[in-house]
Every structure is written in structure tokens, then in C-alpha cells.
Ligand binder design. Sequence first.
Ligand SMILES: [Zn+2]
Length: 414
Amino acid sequence: MPDFVSEHSQLCRFCGAALSHTFIDLGMSPLCESYVPAERLDHMEPFYPLHVYVCGQCFLVQLGEYVSPESIFGEYAYFSSYSDSWVEHARQYAEKMIRLYGLGPRSLVVETASNDGYLLQHFVAKGIPVLGIEPAANVAKVALDRGIATEVKFFAERTARDLLEKHGPADLLLGNNVLAQVPDLNDFVAGMKILLGANGVMTMEFPHLLRLIEGNQFDTIYHEHFSYFSFLTAERIFDAHGITLFDVEELPTHGGSLRIYGRHHENRSLPVSGRVAEMRSREIAEGYTRLEHYSSFSDETKRRLLEFLIGARRAGKRIAGYGAPGKGNTLLNYCGIRTDFIEFTVDRNPYKQGKFLPGTHIPIRHPDRIREARPDYLFILPWNFKDEIMKQSAYIREWGGRFVVPIPSVTVYP
Ligand SMILES: [Zn+2]
């Protein structure tokens, strides 16, 4: 059983200040990747608080520590290769990095939380040596089977020292959507400082807190995501560990992400781009250095969504889900949406098919089930992939089916 940590011990993951300001409190929720197999449907399920704080000292938005990281990441069901647009995003990234920094057969590209190798494969294809570091053994195995060098490890300061000795320094050190999932931020970033070569470049991508607040993306909050970053906070954290952020890009992925570029303080060969100062001033102007900015969340989205679903069911409409992402589980549990509203959902990931969503116990089927069931509405849970999904599932229009997207507020697409 995961260890429960008392609320009295909540301290900021970066600066250690006591946490007392609530950002969002989404009540109790199960771990969003704990899909339930049929034989465990009658068993009890652990629920943990989804209470997010903002640090009054450094403005890091963060989940209180409720569950031990080991119980979250032991067997992770998310295989990145099951999303076409995400694999394409990775390919474009690899090409850009190779072009910008002249990576070749004598370089080393290291990725933390390398998942099933969906990204590193694009460097391997160009003959560039890679090393993946992935804590989930079942996911790492998929990468190894594809011939992508991978170490099954939690990345941290100590791991970084071992890896440096064994593989040498990284010319490109990257981590996409890992920073949010790091339980000990300082230990992780200290490790990046160690493994990054003297002239190396570090890039990281993470959902931008500014877009989360702007777009009401509260469903991107779940137990696996410990921290939520503005550029200002990210800059402060890396700076404390001797890494200068010299560039920043805004990306459309995951509802709006930042890609930050870092290098050692001492490495002056890479000048700081004007985009860094621009991003800083934009966040300051929008209030990210003032505590009151962090208390804008309201329950209105939940009420509107439930109104829509109740109306649809009253009118005899049938609703099926699309996708079984972590964010879907936060949304469904927070709103109390179960099979009374959504009959089933579908997912392309065979690992999830045949299982049930945590907490709500909505069954997960193969996407072919949509054609058989002919639902009136297809409720898109991974709204960040809505364009891709509406294109793939356009055939529901044959029987008058329509798409429903819940965030930023419930919208029906014909
Ligand atoms: Zn803090």
C-alpha cells in the first residue's frame, strides 16, 4: 500500500517553505493510471487528495505529497508511441536539434524518462548515439526490444554520477514532460547539471502554467504531476543549480507547453535569446509574481458539463468516450461522471483495453466498438488531441454522431 503522508508536513518541493495557499482543491481521486482489471472491480480502491498549493515564497504550484512516487511509477501504462501526432512532434524536434547543434556520430543524446523510445528512435535513425533513462521497467523493455539503449533508473544526482562515469557527458540532455513528475526537484536538476557536457544543451518541455490557468485545464492535474511551472519558476529552479535558460519556445502540445533551452552558467558560447526576457515580462505583467493571481479557479466548468450530460441523457442520447488518458480520470472523478453518463470509452492502447477507468469504472474498449454502438455523442477525453481524433473518427457523422470536448468549457462539434 502507498504510504500516506500527513498534511502537516507539506513543504515546497523547491524552496522548503511551508505550503498554506490553495491553488485548486479537486477533492479525492484514485491514481489516474491505475486501470482496474475486471477481476478487481469488486475490490476497494485507494483515493488520495488532489489538493494543489502555490508556494508563497517561490510561486511553485505543486501537489501536496500524498502518495509515495514508487507506488505511482512502478508500472506505467502510458506508451508514447500510441499517439501519431506525439511521435511526429518528436521527429521534428530531433531534426531541429541535429540541425541547430550539429549532432553526429560522435555526439551523445540522453533523454530522461525516455518512455518506449518514441523520441530517441529518430536520433538512432540518423546514426547518433543515444541513452534513454526510464524508471518504468515494462516501458523500458519496449525501448530495449527496439534496439534503443536504455537504463531502467530513476534519474537523480547519484544516478547522474554513475551514468557520467559509464557513458560520458551529454551533448544534448532532454526531458519531455518529466519535470512535472519529479518528486525531488532539486535532486533531479542537480543530476542534469552533472550529466550535461561543458558545451552541451539541455532542453525540457512541460505544460505551461500560464496556459493551464488561461485555458481552465484543471484536468491536467493528477497525482503523477507533482509540479506546475511558469517560466519564472522554472528559471529560478535551474538558475539555483547553475543552469542558465538561454531560450524558450511556446508549443501547442498538451494544451500549451514551453520548451526551455539550458546551458551551464559558464558556457557563454550560447547567447541568451530575446525571447527569454519577453517571456519573463509577459508572466510578470499577467501577475505570476503575485499570490492573488493563483486563486482564479471556479467550479463553473463542472456545473456546465453536468448540465450538458444530464440534458443529453434526458433526451435519450447515448454517449461514448474516446481515450483513457490520465486527464480524463481527473475530470470524470471530480465531476462524478460514471457509466450513468458514459457507457464505455475506447483507446488504441491494447494495455488499457478490457480494463476499467479508475474510480469511475467506465469500461475501456477497442476503437472498433464505436462503429458497433453508434453513440450520439463521442466525448473526447484527451482534448489536446481533439483535431487528430475528430479526423480519425469522422465516420460517426454517418449516423449523425457529434463530438463533445469538455475543456476549456463543454463544446459540441457537429
Ligand atoms: Zn517554494
